[in-house]
Ligand binder design. Structure first.
Ligand code: HCR
Length: 382
């Protein structure tokens, strides 16, 4: 029997929390959780996990062969998973409940590395009900840009929380005028009963390139493909062909190998344990605008650190009340909240065709980055 990680005085509230999860209607943000499971980080920050390895992010731009390039995109994608889905376990001891971003909350930063130069991140909460975060990450030296948006739909079954991701990501490589349409995996949260939650991925991700190459990645936890957690099996195809050129398999948080289906030769594909993330540079709090994530949540985050529930509650309520006031004013004036750097547009461009090629139902409207708006704002001085 596993020991409970729930502090003795929070066991009652933890059981109440689990019960409220069971009766919640998919909106995780509205549920109050006990302090030990809270994180002082807002969900709007999570977009950074796409490019914490700037070398892997820009690598495809330097590859002339389109098959090799599509494989490098797959490698970058696999490389992002460890940060996206296990980093809280490493830094905070378990998965935690992130802060629920308010509409218009922005998280900005840059990575500065000797070889890759500057890579910029712009992340914005573009919807509150349902929660949706949109982001753009770009490096102009290498001519690569990632844009995407995501929301989550949750459901609870026995002691597991199932989370379906809504949205997609699109990678664009300027030099080759090439797009990659990326779907997001479904996940579930285990270990809830013991108060030690962790994420396991399930179902699949599809990466469809405008060059025709396609990768399907299937995820599984302990015991399906192997006895190990965080496992995946990817098949890499050219065009419409049904026979895979390569099979890549292993652990996304550890080692994976690639097998050439023609020669049956196998070699190391990626070893997640050998790569250290590059920390994002974020402006000091006193230079941030009020709507920037870390500044806006500063007091809540400090209270979360010391598990001061009263202050967490008081400071959270201040933000929520301000938001309520804003929405009321907009209603009175008959205006809508103007998103800062993203707009919701009809998807008529190459992405719609790509989604169709990938066999994915395209979203009628998609959130797209308005780079001009960002560059004309003071926020672009990172
Ligand atoms: C499900 C989750 C919020 C959403 C997080 C997402 C899906 C956000 C987009 C990122 O690109 C990837 C990502 C990674 C996270 O693993 C995932 C979070 C894990 C937990 C959190 C729940 C809302 C928290 C539930 C509360 C539990 C821990 C008690």
């Amino acid at each position: 029997v596993e020991a409970s990680a729930v502090p003795a005085q929070q066991r009652g509230p933890w059981m109440t929390f689990l019960r409220s999860l069971a009766s919640s209607k998919g909106d995780l943000s509205s549920i109050t959780a006990p302090p030990f499971i809270l994180s002082g980080t807002s969900l709007v920050e999570y977009s950074k996990f796409w490019a914490e390895l700037p070398d892997a992010f820009v690598a495809p731009t330097m590859i002339l062969d389109k098959e090799e390039r599509a494989l490098a995109v797959l490698k970058w994608f696999i490389a992002t998973l460890k940060g996206q889905y296990t980093s809280r376990n490493e830094t905070l001891g378990s998965e935690k409940k992130p802060l629920n971003p308010f509409l218009g909350e922005v998280f900005l930063g840059k990575w500065e590395t000797e070889t890759e130069g500057t890579t910029i991140l712009v992340s914005e909460q573009v919807s509150h009900h349902p929660p949706v975060t949109a982001y753009a990450i770009y490096n102009d030296i290498y001519g690569i840009e990632l844009q995407g948006y995501n929301g989550q739909k949750a459901s609870f079954a026995t002691t597991t929380l199932n989370v379906r991701q809504v949205g997609h990501a699109v990678l664009y490589i300027k030099k080759f005028d090439e797009y990659y349409y990326i779907t997001l995996p479904t996940l579930h949260i285990e270990g809830l009963f013991y108060g030690a939650p962790y994420v396991e991925l399930e179902q699949n991700t599809l990466i469809q390139s405008s060059s025709g190459y396609r990768a399907t990645i299937e995820y599984s936890g302990k015991g399906y493909f192997s006895g190990k957690k965080n496992t995946f099996k990817a098949k890499f195809y050219a065009g419409e062909e049904s026979a895979a050129l390569y099979t890549i398999s292993g652990q996304w948080s550890g080692k994976s190998t690639i097998m050439n289906e023609h020669t049956k030769k196998e070699s190391l594909f990626y070893d997640a344990t050998e790569h250290n993330v590059v920390p994002l540079i974020v402006k000091p709090l006193d230079q941030q605008a009020d709507y920037e994530s870390r500044r806006a949540w500063e007091k809540v985050a400090a209270a979360v650190q010391v598990m001061d529930y009263d202050t967490i509650h008081v400071e959270k309520s201040k933000i929520e009340n301000q938001q309520r006031e804003l929405r009321k004013k907009e209603k009175e004036l008959g205006i809508k909240w103007q998103r800062r750097y993203f707009e919701l547009i009809e998807d008529e461009g190459p992405l719609k065709d790509l989604a169709e090629l990938a066999g994915v139902e395209p979203d009628e409207k998609v959130w797209r980055f308005d780079r001009e708006a960002f560059e004309h704002s003071t926020d672009s001085k990172l």
